[in-house]
Design a protein around this ligand. Structure first.
Ligand code: DHB
Length: 347
């Protein structure tokens, strides 16, 4: 099954650069199992291997994604502001050439894996400059395509405040994707006494189960900080429908899944969708809006807290809804989830 035939809500391209590039040396992507498989994740330093923007907006790709009936989100991760602007021009031209094939653009400002290049979303002055330049791109503005920004994880409240303020100040941005991998981690293989991956001295971005508590905090935190016009796509540790449920409860409009998609392939979207729907039904919810953003504060008087998990299970009414998104560790096609409640319009 490919992504187009799965229950994924959208198709997201691999983050593109202006020109094709082969990425960092192998091995650059590994599965991580910790605690008897209870926490599954990944470490990667792929270095943006991709076919170049011309490919992702070619007639061939636009027609192929259109045939899936799913919205197509083009992800851009230029090696400079000039490259990002040039790519936005190419996306705008493609959207004019083939209307209703591109649903939105994700500007990835948080890839941590390019040797010698800082993560733009962690340098707020640079991020402000990029957002200004992008907002001033006349052809892209004229395209009317929704623009999202993929952010880095932040580990201090004021940093999250600053990122949110920059997004709020840029009216062109209609959604954020939070968050990219936890950058510059190191995993050591005892048997070889070496790092698990080769690039950047073994340093890479960790995603999957390890990232989920951080992603939940980013979605909940940003939902409070961002203007209501800015939707949030949650990403980090989406392996089950319950993971998706929790991100939506924290305020996500859609979710993406990368590590799980890499490990299971596109059929993971059907499983996640089924699990989410079952959880929603068990909690009496019929649509995502019934619980989106409704995370409660801890309260001792909440009957669900009395008597531990068993009592909570007995007291719990039930959960889910359709969702979607995954994205891309591979070439074209990674992707997809979330077309929730109209974040992206169908092409
Ligand atoms: C790559 C890593 C990322 O975390 C991302 O969002 C996009 C690309 C990479 O190394 O290729």
């Amino acid at each position: 099954m490919n992504a187009g035939k799965s229950a994924a809500g959208a198709v997201l391209s691999k983050s593109a650069t202006l020109l094709p590039q082969s990425g960092n040396p192998m091995p650059r992507l590994k599965k991580l199992d910790v605690g008897a498989g209870r926490a599954v994740g990944s470490i990667n330093s792929e270095g943006l291997p991709n076919n170049g923007i011309e490919y992702y907006v070619s007639d061939e790709v636009l027609d192929a994604v259109k045939a899936t009936g799913k919205p197509y989100i083009v992800s851009l991760s230029g090696l400079s502001t000039a490259d990002n602007l040039a790519m936005l021009g190419k996306v705008a031209a493609a959207a004019a050439r083939k209307p209703n094939t591109i649903a939105a653009v994700e500007l990835n400002l948080a890839c941590p894996n390019i040797p010698g290049k800082p993560t733009v979303a962690l340098d707020f002055d640079q991020m402000a400059d990029v957002l200004d330049a992008v907002a001033g791109h006349a052809a892209f503005r004229a395209s009317g395509l929704p623009l999202g920004v993929k952010l880095a994880p932040y580990f201090d409240g004021p940093h999250l405040d600053r990122a949110a303020a920059l997004i709020n100040a840029c009216e062109r941005v209609s959604f954020v994707v939070t968050m990219n991998t936890i950058g510059n981690c190191l995993v050591v293989d005892t048997a070889t006494e070496a790092s698990l991956i080769a690039p950047k001295g073994g340093f890479g971005g960790v995603g999957g189960g390890f990232a989920k508590p951080i992603a939940l905090a980013h979605v909940a935190g940003l939902r409070k900080l961002l203007d209501a016009r800015v939707d949030i796509v949650g990403v980090g540790g989406v392996r089950t429908g319950e993971d998706a449920f929790q991100l939506i409860l924290c305020g996500a409009t859609a979710v993406q899944s990368a590590t799980t998609h890499w490990l299971e392939g596109p059929k993971c979207f059907n499983r996640i969708d089924d699990e989410l729907r079952a959880l929603m039904a068990s909690r009496g919810y019929t649509k995502l809006a019934d619980f989106r953003g409704n995370l409660r504060a801890y309260d001792k008087k909440n009957p669900k807290h009395k008597g531990g998990p068993k009592a909570a299970a007995a007291a719990a009414p039930t959960p889910y809804a359709p969702l979607a998104a995954a994205f891309a560790l591979g070439c074209l096609a990674t992707l997809a989830l979330g077309l929730l409640d109209g974040l992206f319009s169908s092409p």
